[in-house]
Design a protein around this ligand. Sequence first.
Ligand SMILES: [Zn+2]
Length: 42
Amino acid sequence: MADWKCSECGHSKESRCKPKKCPECGSSKGFAKAENAPETCE
Ligand SMILES: [Zn+2]
């Protein structure tokens, strides 16, 4: 698991891979990696 932070609202989400959409604000602008995590899901 890694922490991802929404670049729009700052909401952080714990996910194994990069979230496509923020569950909080619905933004798909992107997520910043808060910890070492793979960019893509294999
Ligand atoms: Zn957000």
